[in-house]
Design a protein around this ligand. Structure first.
Ligand code: EPZ
Length: 426
């Protein structure tokens, strides 16, 4: 099992390239199932989750080739098996994104329930509710969702779908299903993340009729067929936010090439309140900091976009741990997303957790975190431990970094490129 060995205490300087967004590439690989024409995706990040999704669609009989420059060519004309089997779905919840496209194009889909994961139970009841609203008959048995159109139907029917809570992949499934449905679909309470807008732009390039994406109400007029397209995956705002927190914590001056400051308002506001200097520059974002110990710890509540992203909670908490003062962090989206806390405590952080609330007392100038061996438990928790290790005195070893590899494209190489003392040990 790979580990990362980090020697803390070095400021970061230079430029780092932000890769394509994991949470846009995954639904967009599924969107390619909606047409028999070839689809080309550009700027697809090199991630374990992308490899898993490629395996999933190839398993259906889809041709998918990935080039070294991040171009992925998909040809779903010969799709023969509209299924997402458990052994693939259990490793990646996002496999549920196959449900909408398979139902829309083939009128049937057999998709394994994702099962829980480290950060929570991850139910898909809203996905089922939305597909049923469009006419699909879905039964859940033996751990699978088995969905099909009613006898005599050739297409899903447009519907008004109001989910009980905002769901990102739920909204994405509905967008893809509605694109080929008969009539109009209105999504109320839709997710507003930039990845939703990026998916909608790709679907529009394929001939879909969508408006309102990026707001909480999206209208889709179904069409008979969708054609191929070439689409560039939007830059990953969570990877960019992770690097912003890393540089704020270590100190330094770094430009994140391709980073979109307009996708990170809530995080950048908090970094500025902490005392870091973050500016949108031509083609990216520049962050300058005198180091975490000079910054003021910032409290925040995670909420749906455009609020503070739950996917940035662990990384910003690592920054709070090394800053001055006390901060309160509230996680409102997932029920178990504080597993990085126990590992941060091993590095000398001062954190008290009570349910959904964590109170962090930054060590500031009084002391430093001290390096130790820590264990990654989930994707963003891993990133949090890397940030803490970059600041801690001595050596930090982050174990089980397969979690990190799911969502970060060569993180240690990018960090080394801006001066971090970090290496992967097999
Ligand atoms: C997406 O997950 C992201 N994954 C997650 O990123 C992200 O943390 C999450 O959205 C929230 O922003 C992808 O886009 C591939 P949800 P998703 O459906 O769609 C509940 C990362 O680190 N819910 O928006 O699965 C759910 O339990 C990953 O990159 C239901 O109850 O999240 C959660 O409490 C982690 N029933 C809340 O809604 C449902 O049918 C939000 O979940 C669906 C969701």
């Amino acid at each position: 099992m790979d580990k990362l060995l980090i020697r803390g205490g070095r400021a970061l300087h230079g430029e780092v390239l932000v890769s394509g967004a994991k949470n846009a590439a995954l639904p967009e690989l599924c969107a390619a199932l909606l047409t028999a024409d070839p689809v080309t995706l550009l700027n697809v990040p090199r991630l374990q989750d992308v490899s898993t999704m490629l395996k999933l669609i190839r398993n259906m009989g889809v041709a998918a080739e990935r080039a070294d420059d991040g171009t992925v060519r998909i040809d779903a004309s010969a799709l023969s098996t509209p299924e997402a089997p458990y052994e693939l779905v259990k490793t990646m919840r996002a496999s549920v994104l196959a449900l909408g496209p398979l139902l829309a194009r083939f009128g049937e889909a057999t998709v394994s329930l994702p099962g829980g994961c480290a950060i929570g139970s991850r139910p898909v009841d809203q996905h089922i509710k939305g597909m049923a609203a469009m006419g699909a008959e879905i039964v859940v048995e033996h751990g699978y969702m088995i969905a099909k159109l009613p006898t005599g139907w050739t297409r899903l029917k447009g519907a008004r779908i109001t989910t009980d809570m905002v769901t990102v992949t739920g909204t994405e499934n509905f967008l893809m299903a509605a694109a080929l449905a008969e009539g109009e679909t209105v999504l109320e309470n839709a997710a507003q993340e930039p990845e939703i807008s990026d998916l909608a732009e790709m679907l529009i390039a394929m001939g879909a009729k969508i408006e309102g994406h990026g707001t909480s109400r999206i209208r889709i007029q179904g069409v008979e067929k969708l054609h191929g397209c070439t689409h560039r995956v939007v830059a990953d705002r969570i990877e960019a936010g992770t690097f912003l927190c890393a540089v704020a914590a270590t100190g330094g001056d770094v430009v994140l090439r391709h980073g979109r400051a307009d996708h990170l308002d809530a995080v950048i506001d908090k970094l500025r309140e902490a005392g870091a200097d973050v500016q949108a520059v031509e083609g990216g974002i520049r962050v300058q900091s005198a180091g975490g110990a000079t910054l003021k710890a910032q409290g925040f509540r995670t909420t749906e976009y455009p609020g503070f992203p739950t996917d940035m909670q662990a990384q910003f908490m690592a920054l709070d741990c090394v800053a001055q003062g006390t901060a309160t962090v509230t996680e409102t989206i997932f029920e178990n997303r504080f597993m990085h806390v126990n590992e941060l405590l091993r590095l000398g952080a001062k954190i008290q957790v009570d349910g959904k609330v964590a109170v962090i007392e930054g060590v500031g100038t009084a002391g430093r975190l001290s390096g130790a061996t820590v264990m990654a438990t989930d994707l963003r928790a891993s990133a949090s431990l890397v940030i803490a290790g970059l600041v801690a005195t001595g050596e930090t070893v982050v174990d089980r970094i397969y979690h990190l590899d799911r969502g970060y494209d060569c993180m240690e190489a990018k960090l080394r490129g801006i001066g971090a003392d970090i290496e992967r040990i097999r």
